[in-house]
Design a protein around this ligand. Sequence first.
Ligand SMILES: NC(=O)c1ccc[n+]([C@@H]2O[C@H](COP(=O)([O-])OP(=O)(O)OC[C@H]3O[C@@H](n4cnc5c(N)ncnc54)[C@H](OP(=O)(O)O)[C@@H]3O)[C@@H](O)[C@H]2O)c1
Length: 306
Amino acid sequence: MQRRRFLQSSLTGLLASQALPFSLSLHAAEGPINTRPIPSSGEALPIVGMGTSRTFDADSSEDSLSNLTAVMQAFFDGGGRLLDSSPMYGQAESRVGDVLSRIPDHPKPFAATKVWTEGRDAGISQMEESARRMGVDKFDLMQIHNLVDWRTHLKTLRDWKEQGKVRYIGITTSHQRYHEEVEAIMKHEPIDFVQFSYNIDNRAAEKRLLPLAGDKGIATLINRPYQRGALFRRVRDKELPPVAKDLGCDSWGQFFLKFIAGHPAVTCLIPASSRPHHMADNVGANFGPLPDERQRAQMLADFEAA
Ligand SMILES: NC(=O)c1ccc[n+]([C@@H]2O[C@H](COP(=O)([O-])OP(=O)(O)OC[C@H]3O[C@@H](n4cnc5c(N)ncnc54)[C@H](OP(=O)(O)O)[C@@H]3O)[C@@H](O)[C@H]2O)c1
C-alpha cells in the first residue's frame, strides 16, 4: 500500500509538472531491476519494455503529447528501456520521437521497430523513415513485422548488422498460424530476437517457440501480454490470490506480467498503455521476486478459478 500511495502521489506531481528528473526514480528504493541477458551478446535488458500499438497512434495536440510524455516518463522511472514500435502503428513512431524530445536527459532507450513492406528498396526507405520519425541515429533492434517479405529484409538486415548500422535483428508474429514458419526461421537463420504473443490465457508458445528460443539462444520479446486488455475483464472485481503477495504484486497487471517473466526463455515483455498510472503499474513488475515453476502453476490455477 505504501508503494502504491507513493506512486500515485508521484504521478500526480509528474502530470502537473511534466518534468520529473530521471534521478527521482519512483522505484529507486525497491532494489535491483529484474533483467535478462540478450543471449547473442550478454547485454542485460530490464524485463518490462513498452509496446506502442494503438496507445501511441495519437494526434500531436498538446493534450495528447503531454499525456504520452507522462506515460514515457513513468516507463523510464520504473527502469524501462525497450520501446517497440512499427510503421504499421499509424503515427506511433512519430509520437515516440516527439515525446522523447520533450523529456530532458532521458535515459538511452533500447529502440526497436519493424520493417513492414515488400521489396529491398522500399524496406530500406521505410527503415530510414522510421529512424527519422523516432529520432534515433541507429536502431538497437530492427524486426521483420509479421514475416512480410522476410527473405529480402533479412538479407538487408544481415548486411546492416555487419556494417554496424543496426545492433540486433529479429522477426515478429502475433498469430499462431505462423508459428511453424517462425520456428523454421529460428532453426535456420541467424537472428538475435524473436517476437510473439504469450500470456496466462494464451500459452501456445510454451509448446515449441519458447523452448526453441532457449535452445538456440534467441532473445524473446513477448507481445500482447494482456491479450489486448482482455485479461483484466476476466478478473474484474476479483481479489488478488495469496501468491501475488509472495511475488510483491500490487495489481493483477503485475500478476499477469510476472507470470510471463517467470518463464526462463522470456527476455522482455512489452505491454502497451495510454495511461501514466497503468504504465507505472506495469514497470512495477521490473522489481521483486519472479515466480518459479511451482508458483507459476499456482498462478495459472488461481487465474482459471477467478
Ligand atoms: N506482430 C507484431 O509484431 C505485434 C503484434 C501485436 C502486438 N505487438 C506489440 O506488442 C505490444 C503489446 O500488445 P498490445 O498492445 O496488442 O496489447 P497488450 O499490451 O496485451 O494490452 C494493451 C491493453 O492493456 C491495457 N493496459 C495496459 N496496462 C494496463 C494496466 N496496468 N492495467 C489495466 N489495463 C492496462 C491498455 O489500456 P490502457 O491504454 O487504458 O492502459 C490496452 O488496452 C504492442 O503495443 C506492439 O508494440 C506486436
